[in-house]
Design a protein around this ligand. Structure first.
Ligand SMILES: NC(=O)c1ccc[n+]([C@@H]2O[C@H](COP(=O)([O-])OP(=O)(O)OC[C@H]3O[C@@H](n4cnc5c(N)ncnc54)[C@H](OP(=O)(O)O)[C@@H]3O)[C@@H](O)[C@H]2O)c1
Length: 256
């Protein structure tokens, strides 16, 4: 993982990025650090988190290991950030799961509950925790990493799509409740080249890319830039919105 090489000026602001040891979360952490924020990343595997913090720069990054869907982990993560950095201005709810492929007609409902627990309830739990610890009194932003799968039907990943649709509405609910001090927005990526999405393009990337007007799949930096914008004063009058970051994929009308 690449070192942050450029000179950075500390903004004084602090962010938590859940699921930040690789992929989109790591790209978001890089973008926020480049804007001068200190960042705490979370994830389940401590080794990967340690390596990611080395790449991000230990002077401006820390980690707390744990499962996003574990209430104790969420509490401890926010407590540790408050102890280490004294504030938590921004929350990026990025950790997510998609453990099943197939029709929802046959979906094990226990799996459906797990998908909602990890993708939706965890995001709400983290938002409650950062609100109580800092944002209610001091303001800030929340960015939820949803998906274009939450905006229309996606065959074979229906439970995931349902959970991302819920995340988009969670974004609206929280934006309404947390106004005017805290802005809450979402990003909805199409396929971004990460471990999570590899099954969607590996071995057939040219075929996958053909549907994208921008003629490439996304990379984590594409989402990092969008998330950084939504945490910055440049988006000061934007709240409750979902920014589609999809290389133009949604421009296709479906008529060949
Ligand atoms: N890649 C895409 O095409 C795409 C498109 C739209 C939306 N998204 C969304 O973007 C987010 C990140 O996806 P990604 O593609 O970057 O995935 P990724 O490369 O697999 O990275 C996932 C990150 O989340 C952590 N993580 C996974 N499950 C977790 C859990 N239960 N608790 C805490 N941390 C957890 C992982 O670390 P550990 O494994 O160590 O926990 C890792 O740091 C997800 O919410 C996904 O739904 C991705």
């Amino acid at each position: 993982m690449a070192e942050q090489s450029e000179e950075r000026q500390d903004s004084g602001e602090v962010a938590i990025v859940t699921g930040g040891s690789r992929g989109i979360g790591y790209g978001v952490a890089q973008a926020l650090i480049a804007r001068g924020h200190r960042v705490c990343i979370t994830g389940r595997k401590e080794d990967a988190l340690r390596e990611a913090v080395d790449g991000l720069g230990p002077g401006c990054a820390m980690y707390v290991a744990g499962k996003a869907h574990d209430e104790d982990h969420r509490r401890v993560a926010v407590e540790k950030v408050m102890e280490a950095y004294g504030r938590v201005d921004h929350l990026v709810n990025n950790a997510g799961t998609n453990p099943v492929f197939g029709p929802i007609a046959e979906l094990d409902l226990g799996v459906a509950r797990k998908v909602f627990e990890t993708n939706v309830v965890s995001a709400l739990g983290f938002a409650q925790a950062t609100w109580a610890a800092w944002q209610r009194d001091n303001g800030g932003t929340v960015v939820n990493v949803a998906s274009i799968a939450g905006m229309s039907a996606s065959p074979f990943i229906g439970a995931y799509g349902m959970s991302k649709a819920a995340m988009i509405n969670l974004t609206q609910q929280l934006a309404h409740e947390f106004s005017p001090g805290v802005r809450v927005n979402a990003v909805a990526p199409a396929v971004v080249k990460t471990k999570f999405a590899a099954a969607l393009y590996e071995g057939r990337e040219q075929e996958a890319v053909a549907r994208y007007p921008m003629q490439r799949l996304g990379v984590p930096q594409d989402i990092g830039g969008a998330a950084a914008f939504l945490t910055s004063p440049d988006s000061a009058w934007i709240t409750g919105q979902t920014l589609v970051v999809d290389g133009g994929l949604s421009l296709n009308a479906g008529v060949e």
